[in-house]
Design a protein around this ligand. Structure first.
Ligand code: GLV
Ligand code: MG
Length: 322
């Protein structure tokens, strides 16, 4: 292992990430009551230009009126891109008026590290001026060819950075990929045409301690397609996926929750390696297979995520008198 080590960002459960248009506040309560780990109130592409200002007001009200954290959610606002004239006011109005109720801002279409620096600088000033009690995190969408070309540099652009998301729809547009649907497979391509890009983003994220999140799957009437896309993302190292419709929340939670048998096996691996270490051995056998320190690191990841899921479940159970 290198002596250079990048600490992991703030830990958050992010198996399912529900996108909610800021222009439709009627959906906020449903989102609050949903099983999504993470909700983002959108000011960007789900909101028409004529609705941008009202959406911003709705989002501020939605943050102030609802206690998202108390419901165990991470609450995020997707601001407009820094190439628009909406962005500065998105940050100023939302964070000045509701920064104390906000966990992270999601910055779309990030192309270079300076894009993140700008948002960081604004947040730093507003937090100081308004005495926001906690630091607001930043997450970025990697969804342009430029962003992907600079993904390693973007991953190191701010200490506030927590996660990178793969925005497959804009990415397809940016690289001019022929697509049949948002996040779906193109039958002309032998395999998953997003594999290389997603894998590159996952590696850059993990190298610098960030979470890697897979973006949208547009066809919400195709649960099988969603599940398959989510499983491919999980196989590459993503720890969650967007839900652009409430029906996708349970699917994402299912895929990104390690099944009990996997958690049990991970615990047995750790126990077997503990026993081996006591006897002075680095490797051991379990169920006829060799396991060693690398197996322990993989097992530890599974046990940690299972513990985080359990911790989220407990307050919910307590609330139901269980
Ligand atoms: C998300 O913003 C995407 O473009 O896929
Ligand atoms: Mg996009």
């Amino acid at each position: 292992m290198s002596l250079t080590r990048h600490e992991s960002a703030t830990t958050r459960l992010q198996r399912s990430e529900l996108a909610v248009p800021g222009s439709n506040p009627a959906l906020f309560r449903k989102a609050l009551e949903s099983e999504a780990d993470y909700v983002f109130l959108d000011l960007e592409d789900a909101v028409a230009p004529t609705d941008k200002e009202q959406a911003r007001k709705n989002v501020v009200a939605g943050l102030v009126e609802h206690d998202w954290r108390e419901r165990g959610k991470t609450i995020c606002v997707r601001i407009n891109g820094i190439d628009t004239h909406y962005m500065y006011r998105d940050v100023v109005d939302v964070v000045e008026q509701a920064g104390h109720r906000l966990d992270v801002v999601l910055v779309p279409k990030v192309g270079v590290p300076a894009d993140v620096y700008l948002v960081d600088a604004l947040l730093t000033q507003i937090e100081a001026a308004r005495r926001v009690p906690q630091r607001v995190g930043i997450e970025v969408l990697i969804e342009t060819a430029l962003g992907m070309a600079n993904v390693e540099a973007i991953a190191q652009s701010s200490r506030r950075l927590e996660a990178m998301h793969f925005g497959v729809a804009d990415f397809a547009a940016s690289v001019r990929a022929r697509t049949v649907s948002i996040g779906g497979l193109n039958p002309d391509y032998p395999g998953d045409q997003w594999h290389a890009a997603l894998s590159r983003m996952v590696t850059a994220s993990r190298a610098y301690g960030l979470r890697a999140i897979d973006g949208p799957y547009g066809d919400f009437k195709d649960p099988e397609g969603f599940l398959a896309a989510a499983r491919r993302a999980a196989a590459l190292g993503c720890e969650g996926k967007w839900a652009i419709h409430p029906s996708q929340i349970a699917l994402a939670n299912e895929v990104f929750t390690p099944p009990p048998a996997e958690v049990q096996r991970a615990k047995r691996i750790l126990a077997a390696l503990d026993d081996a270490a006591r006897e002075g051995r680095g490797a051991a056998q379990l169920d006829g297979r060799m396991i060693d320190a690398a197996s322990a690191r993989m097992a530890q990841n599974i046990v940690q995520i299972a513990a985080a899921i359990e911790a989220r479940r407990k307050p919910a159970l307590a609330g139901r008198g269980a």
